[in-house]
Write a protein of this length. Structure first.
Length: 46
């Protein structure tokens, strides 16, 4: 999972994380954001 987070973070692609409640989607979203070039920009989660 962590290697996928790092590779996706390097792209400009939009990412949709889907899954059950409590599976770590928000944590994965933050990790992807921090791995990317835009880590100093605002990240939106809902």
């Amino acid at each position: 999972m962590l290697s996928k987070v790092a590779s996706v973070g390097k792209t400009d692609a939009a990412v949709l994380l889907m899954g059950e409640s409590g599976t770590g989607k928000e944590l994965a979203a933050r990790a992807i954001h921090m791995a990317g070039a835009n880590k100093n920009w605002l990240s939106l989660t809902s």
